[in-house]
Design a protein around this ligand. Structure first.
Ligand code: GLN
Length: 286
């Protein structure tokens, strides 16, 4: 059996063709934390400790997946969002810190609101947006929809585990005939797919080859197709004084802003994320 220390260096070296040294070390540490239950410091204190046979097997499987470029979160089945741990698998996008900023904006605007808000999240994924909102705004009635049955299964599992009561709908949001399944909302939020298939090449293989295409790519060459559907939907399904919040691709932020303005929205505001990229939009209708 390998010692923890040997396993760390072996994995780090094997990952170095794929990642830079610092990232390879961080991934190796996190993978060993997952396998052994000991964090970096605890493992440093017991350098000569060895794997059990079960841990050795788990390690070998992890090495195989990680060397194929599978993101660490899919290997450990876990990702963090707003201080909570979510179960994730290949059916869902790994929650991103940029999306935490979008949720923070919604909470900033609505925390003081004592009314039971009606909220819709379009594109559930792991459930990170609706679950975070429900846990911060327990009075809110939250509905979320996704086309992917696999994603809805993951989100339901997370919602159950975190005791967040949420309504789930399986539907194709681009099929407007299905919009009658949905009601009228005070807050509509979405982190929709926004990468046109013809721009697939600009995405890191690590993401492109392992995260779900349905969650990343729009089914046409029009990067704005989901935002167009959202503006039309908001027309009928957003309460007066309600807000729409969307996550954006920095490259299309200005086009999205113009789209909402042309569709009759007011107070269309875009914000940058912590990396200085235009990433979020908020709009009101009418
Ligand atoms: N809302 C989920 C997230 O932000 C899923 C987004 C998506 O699948 N496009 O992680």
């Amino acid at each position: 059996m390998l010692t923890y220390n040997q396993a760390f260096y072996e994995l780090k070296n094997k990952l170095q063709p794929l990642y830079d040294e610092r990232e390879a070390a961080a991934i190796a540490h996190e993978a060993l934390h997952h396998i052994t239950g000991f964090d970096k410091i605890q493992r440093l204190l017991q350098k000569e400790a060895s794997f059990t046979s079960q841990q050795q097997l788990q390690y070998e499987n992890a090495v195989e997946s990680l060397c194929l470029g599978v993101p660490l979160q899919y290997v450990t089945g876990s990702a963090w969002f707003m201080g909570r741990e979510y179960y994730v698998n290949g059916a869902v996008l790994i929650p991103r810190p940029e999306t935490e900023e979008l949720v923070a904006w919604i909470l900033e605007d609505n925390k003081a609101n004592k009314q039971p808000l009606q909220v819709l999240d379009i594109g559930t994924g792991s459930g990170c947006i609706p679950i975070s909102l429900k846990l911060a705004l327990p009075e809110a009635v939250i509905t979320t929809c996704d086309i992917s049955v696999g994603a809805l299964e993951v989100a339901k599992k997370n919602a159950k585990h975190m005791e967040a009561e949420i309504n789930f709908e399986q539907m194709d949001f681009l099929d407007t005939a299905q919009h009658n399944k949905l009601a009228i909302y005070d807050v509509i939020v979405s982190n929709p797919p926004y990468i046109p298939v013809n721009e697939k090449e600009r995405i890191h293989t690590n993401v492109k080859d392992h995260e779900p295409g349905l969650a990343l790519f729009v089914p046409s060459d029009d990067a704005l197709v989901f935002y167009k559907a959202i503006t039309l939907f908001g027309n009928e399904h957003l309460n007066s004084n309600g807000y729409i919040y969307c996550e954006l691709d920095a490259g299309h932020a200005m086009d999205c802003k113009a789209l909402f303005e042309q569709a009759g929205y007011r107070n269309v505001e875009i914000r940058k994320d912590m990396h200085g990229n235009w990433r979020m939009l908020r709009a009101q209708f009418g």
